[in-house]
Design a protein around this ligand. Structure first.
Ligand code: URA
Length: 241
C-alpha cells in the first residue's frame, strides 16, 4: 500500500505536489469515488483516475535533458498556443518539465515522467546546485554581489546562501556577466535576486544542474539521460538530504 499522491507521481502523470493540488480540487478518483483525503493509501488493485485519465502504474521511466531555446514556454500546454518545451521532444509518453525556466531564459531543463525524481530535484531541502549565467544591465558592484551571496530578501523571504562570480565586465556596452549558483528554485528567483540589488537581467541561461551540463547540446537539442546518470542523480540527492 502506498500513498495516493506518491502512486500518481510514480506513474509519471505529474509531480507529487501537482497530484496534491489535483486531489484538493476533487479531480482524483479511487475505484470510482472522488477522494479528498491526502494521505489515503492505495494498492496495485485499485483503479486510480486523475482528471478522467486512468493511471498506468507501471510506465517505463524516461529522462530528458534539453537545451531550452528562448521563446518557448516551460509547461505541458499553453492557453495562448505558444510553443512549449514538450513540443520540442519527440516522445508520445506523458513527460513534464522539472521546475521552470522563464519564456526568455535559455539552458538546461530536465523533463521526465518520474514524479519521484522531479519532486526530489525541486525540493529546496535537497540542496541541488543550479548554475546560472546572467547578463546584467550596468557595471556590477562587488559589494552588492556579497549581499546576494549572504542571502537577500525577495518576496518577503531570505534566499539561502549563494555563490556569485564576475565573469566579464563590458564598460563600453555598459553590462556585466555574472555566474550565480543557487540551491533553490522559486519563481523568477535569479531575476528577482539581481533586481533586489539594483540590476536588470538582460539575458539568463542555466548552465548546470548538479553534475549535469549542456555539453554537446546546441540550443533546442536534447538527449536522454543514461541509467548511470539517473542513478548518480538519485545518489547525489540522497547524500544532500
Ligand atoms: N530564475 C529566473 O529568474 N528565471 C528563470 O528562468 C530561472 C531562474
Amino acid at each position: 500500500m502506498e500513498r495516493i499522491q506518491k502512486v500518481i507521481a510514480n506513474s509519471g502523470y505529474c509531480s507529487r505536489r501537482k497530484a496534491e493540488e489535483l486531489i484538493n480540487k476533487g479531480l482524483v478518483k479511487v475505484n470510482g469515488n472522488i477522494i479528498n483525503e491526502m494521505g489515503i493509501k492505495v494498492s496495485n488493485n485499485d483503479y486510480i483516475e486523475v482528471e478522467g485519465n486512468l493511471i498506468n502504474k507501471s510506465e517505463e521511466k524516461v529522462y530528458y535533458l534539453l537545451n531550452k531555446p528562448r521563446g518557448v514556454i516551460t509547461s505541458t500546454n499553453d492557453d495562448k498556443n505558444r510553443k512549449t518545451v514538450i513540443d520540442l521532444i519527440k516522445d508520445t509518453r506523458r513527460i513534464y518539465p522539472v521546475g521552470r525556466l522563464d519564456y526568455d531564459t535559455t539552458g538546461l531543463l530536465l523533463l521526465t515522467n518520474d514524479g519521484n525524481l522531479a519532486n526530489l530535484l525541486t525540493h529546496p531541502k535537497n540542496n541541488v546546485e543550479k548554475v546560472y549565467i546572467a547578463k546584467l544591465e550596468g557595471i556590477i558592484d562587488k559589494d552588492k554581489l556579497l549581499q546576494l551571496q549572504r542571502g537577500i530578501i525577495i518576496d518577503g523571504y531570505k534566499t539561502s546562501k549563494s555563490k556569485a562570480k564576475i565573469k566579464k565586465i563590458n564598460k563600453k556596452s555598459n553590462n556585466s556577466v555574472v555566474e550565480l549558483i543557487i540551491h533553490e528554485g522559486r519563481n523568477h528567483q535569479v531575476k528577482k535576486m539581481f533586481k533586489a540589488i539594483g540590476y536588470n537581467v538582460l539575458k539568463l541561461k542555466r548552465e548546470r544542474i548538479s553534475f549535469l551540463t549542456l555539453d554537446g547540446l546546441k540550443s533546442g537539442d536534447y538527449r536522454q539521460l543514461s541509467i548511470k546518470e539517473v542513478k548518480k542523480l538519485y545518489g547525489e540527492l540522497k547524500n544532500n538530504c
